[in-house]
Design a protein around this ligand. Structure first.
Ligand SMILES: [Zn+2]
Length: 175
């Protein structure tokens, strides 16, 4: 009886574990695991969605230029916007994204405030766009001259620091 019992019992668990071969994993542990994974994925997705919204709302204003008046204005682009956008100077859709030219006419020193330029391509004009101030060619995503923009104010400081460092460096070398 005992032998038979064991023999009778042995195949049964083996069978059940075989039929559950996916079983133990999709059993309690598997369910917990998939719940945890689902939860993690859900939190991830939720965060992504939740974080994505404010970023769009916080889109920084861009500088636009009115094709009729040549005046610039700040504009907060909305997702559905297409150019031209409404210009406050004309109350019409004559606003285009302005490109910044940081060059000066007679100097290699970059400007602190750029010249804002309306691109010919935006108003279907033929030919390259030249900066009305310095005459240089202006393109979409116009590149800045070296040292232009935010770094401009730091440059004098950092170069002063460099001078100080090199001065202390040389005095250090002397000692
Ligand atoms: Zn220019």
């Amino acid at each position: 009886m005992t032998d038979q019992d064991i023999q009778a019992n042995q195949p049964a668990p083996a069978d059940s574990s075989k039929s559950k071969s996916g079983g133990p994993l999709s059993g309690p542990f598997g369910i917990i695991l998939s719940l945890v994974l689902l939860g993690v994925a859900g939190v991830f997705a939720y965060n992504t969605f939740y974080a994505a919204e404010p970023v769009k709302l916080d889109t920084p204003p861009i500088v636009c230029i009115c094709a009729e008046t040549g005046k610039t204005f700040e504009y907060k682009p909305q997702e559905s916007d297409t150019f031209p956008v409404l210009s406050p100077h004309t109350d019409k859709k004559t606003g285009y994204r302005a490109e910044a030219c940081y060059w000066q006419k007679d100097s290699d020193e970059p400007r602190t405030e750029p010249t804002w330029v309306l691109l010919n391509e935006d108003v279907d004009k033929a030919g390259v766009t030249e900066c009305p101030d310095c005459g240089r060619i202006v393109v979409r995503h116009n590149p800045m001259p070296p040292g232009a923009g935010r770094g401009d104010r730091r440059n004098p400081e950092s170069s002063a620091n460099d001078d100080a460092e090199s001065a202390t460096g040389t005095s250090g070398n002397r000692e």
